[in-house]
Design a protein around this ligand. Structure first.
Ligand code: FAD
Length: 279
């Protein structure tokens, strides 16, 4: 953006052929808006390895800088470095480095790299400064963290290991973001911490996701969303107004950009993006 703020977009690899065809269309629409980069999620334990690689190629073919996510849990060092070499060979320069959560049914092999800070260290050891490394941040605290202080300590550990920037879990409390940034900066962190933005399109799905990943839906907001019931048009309009208002406040008060969890849906992201005053 002209004001130095960056917009990036996240996609996931669809399981079905129909989803893949739809994604090609969605990606074309969104990439035309010139995001700073797009990222593509990766199922922990390598469960979407081929799908992620396919979507990465699609995004690259559209001429957009592409950042594959890479999660380490359940993988050996050799598998991880093999993937890094493939990406390097494809000209990928940016990676989102994560621990991940093993999907149920994948067994209990924890792999050789147990936390994201170890993965960041592995990437730096193996690939030097080739990759710009993004890591995850949790303004409302990662659900498995022993405490908020420990979680912050672990975040700082990822930055010290060599992360260049961070993307947050989504949240609906901007104060949680500003507090997290303040506390991280007080510990010497000076990398950009970009808010992850979740458009609101479906209350039931949002409540389920939020419960799993530890994102708080404030009580008043939950009540408003529940009241829309089956009136999806009104829910989406309200959701876009709310998320855009929050995003504008984040940008106006110092956030370096926004990272949209698009859920492979162009309209929901554009409904928020088009409401922002960022030209
Ligand atoms: P870590 O930073 O390793 O932290 C995980 C937990 O362990 C935290 O509670 C932390 O406090 C604790 N911890 C960290 N280091 C240590 C240590 N050394 N000793 C003890 N405890 C420690 N998941 C996917 O499967 N695929 C994706 O593509 C994906 N993309 C994501 C993108 C973003 C922007 C975000 C925010 C999340 C994403 N996730 C993805 C979800 C993520 O994998 C989960 O939240 C996972 O549980 C934690 O990953 P992490 O990289 O934050 O882990």
């Amino acid at each position: 953006m002209k004001n130095g703020k960056s917009i990036s977009l996240e996609f996931f690899p669809p399981r079905e052929a129909a989803g893949r065809a739809r994604l090609a269309e969605v990606a074309r629409t969104l990439v035309a808006r010139k995001p700073a980069y797009v990222s593509v999620t990766y199922g922990a334990g390598g469960s979407t390895r081929d799908g992620t690689a396919e979507v990465v190629r699609l995004m690259q073919s559209l001429g957009c800088e592409t950042a594959p996510h890479l999660s380490c849990i359940g993988s050996s060092r050799e598998e991880l470095t093999g993937i890094l070499d493939e990406y390097r060979g494809q000209g990928i320069r940016r990676i989102v480095a994560l621990r991940g959560d093993l999907p149920s049914g994948m067994g209990r092999y924890p792999g050789e790299v147990h936390y994201a800070d170890e993965l960041v260290r592995l990437i730096r050891e193996h690939s030097g400064d080739w990759f710009h490394i993004e890591v995850a941040a949790y303004p409302e605290v990662h659900p498995q963290a022993a405490s908020a202080a420990k979680d912050l300590e672990h975040f700082v550990g990822k930055v010290k290991a060599g992360a260049d920037a961070a993307i947050t879990q989504y949240f609906f409390n901007p104060d949680a973001y500003f507090d997290f940034v303040d506390r991280a900066q007080a510990k010497g962190v000076n990398i950009p911490i970009v808010p992850g933005i979740m458009p609101i399109t479906n209350y039931t799905q949002l409540a389920r996701f939020s419960n799993t990943c530890g994102a708080d839906i404030p009580r008043w907001l939950e009540g408003r969303l529940a009241d829309f019931g089956e009136d999806k048009v009104s829910l989406r309009a309200f959701g876009a107004d709310f998320v855009a208002g929050m995003s504008q406040r984040l940008l106006d008060q110092g956030a370096p950009g926004l990272h949209f969890y698009t859920l492979n849906n162009a309209e929901a992201t554009l409904a928020v993006w088009d409401r922002l005053n960022i030209a």
